[in-house]
Ligand binder design. Structure first.
Ligand code: NAD
Length: 331
């Protein structure tokens, strides 16, 4: 059995893990050029979570476990997110999904229905409309402050410039590069002797976070919009109703989502898309399970980093790895 670490040893390991994760996060979020796999990042992140939960007195607000990864490049104008754009807790097994459901049920005191969606492998995008006109688009950035990418978003074909009604609203979703556009782009870059993008997610991020919107236009980006952020609409009581409203307003929604009242339905959805993911025209890296009722979402609230009412089930990597995990809920 491993010997228990002293506080000093734990501190040393925690600082080393944070330093390593900060380097990887900088490569991934700021330069759109990761040097390690997501799984390696996730495993290292989990080591840090485990150590911090063993020694909670060593948790500091600057730890990557306490803040949304990603920063804001100086070249872009800044956008303050009145409602923060958070990260998401993740799980890697069905047992952890059962535990998530138990925690939710315990917190709200009854069984709940879920809205189950594909986890699109792109980057978050916020879209603000004023009186029905696209006014501003921004990236998640550090969660509180994002980058203004309005000019770039105007070049993306499936983002409505005008809504069918003069609404003042904010919606959020994922900006992505379809697999076919990714293959074409990398082929062109290879022929031109340029560095290829590691994956469609990084290609999408590198293409949206461009100072020259003409480059974005050429990159064939698209979106899936899944969050109706503000203002609250009395008639919209569930995530499913919110998604229907987004479709009615002309946004591209992902049609695969389902409402689920049992874990078996969710397991079936997960198994199906884990099998079928290669045949989809866009990249996914898991499934997102959201409490369907917006009122219960509000009741469950957020930690400093993630909502308590949703969780990302990440698909298994090619080579199976086992890891003992504690989920960071209590922060
Ligand atoms: P995340 O990307 O795992 O999950 C949160 C994001 O999921 C949201 O911000 C949203 O943009 C997106 N999303 C996609 N589909 C969604 C849907 N249907 N509903 C709601 N949200 C949806 O979390 P994160 O904090 O952005 O990034 C952490 C992850 O990024 C890590 O787990 C790791 O996989 C990866 N990462 C990798 C490296 C690396 O070097 N390889 C470095 C940093 C981060």
């Amino acid at each position: 059995m491993a010997e228990k670490l002293t506080k000093e040893q734990a501190q040393e390991q925690i600082l080393a893990l944070r330093a390593q994760l900060n380097v990887w996060a900088e490569q991934y979020y700021d330069r759109d050029a990761p040097t390690v796999s997501d799984r390696e990042y996730d495993l290292t992140y989990q080591q840090l979570v485990n150590l911090e939960s063993e020694f909670p007195e060593l948790i500091t607000p600057d730890s990557i476990t306490q803040r949304v990864g990603g920063t804001v490049e100086d070249e872009f104008s800044k956008v303050r997110h009145e409602i923060p754009m958070l990260s998401m807790g993740d799980i890697f097994s069905k047992e952890e999904l059962i535990e998530f459901d138990q925690r939710v049920q315990k917190a709200v005191g009854k069984p709940v229905d879920y809205h189950v969606e594909l986890k699109i492998d792109g980057l978050s995008l916020a879209l603000e409309y004023r009186l029905g006109k696209l006014f501003r688009a921004s990236t998640r950035g550090n969660g509180s402050i994002g980058e203004d990418v309005t000019a770039n978003a105007r070049t993306i074909a499936d983002i409505p410039q005008t809504l069918p009604e003069p609404l003042t609203i904010e919606v959020r979703g994922e900006c992505l590069m379809p697999k076919a556009a990714f293959a074409k782009l990398n082929e062109k870059r290879e022929q031109a002797g340029l560095q290829v993008f590691a994956n469609p997610r990084n290609a999408a991020a590198g293409s949206l976070r461009q100072l020259d919107e003409k480059v974005t236009r050429e990159r064939e980006l698209s979106t899936f919009i899944y969050t109706y952020v503000t203002p609250p609409v009395a008639a919209i009581k569930t995530q499913q109703e919110a998604v229907h409203e987004l479709a009615r307003l002309g946004f591209t929604i992902n049609e695969t989502s389902i409402e689920a009242s049992s874990l078996d339905q969710i397991f079936e959805f997960i198994d199906h898309y884990e099998q079928e993911r290669d045949s989809l025209p866009y990249g996914i890296d898991g499934v997102v399970i959201k409490v369907n009722s917006l009122q219960l979402q509000e009741q469950l609230g957020n930690t400093v980093k993630v909502p308590r009412w949703e969780i990302a089930y990440k698909f298994a990597p090619e080579v199976a790895e086992t890891v003992v995990r504690d989920i960071e809920w209590t922060v």
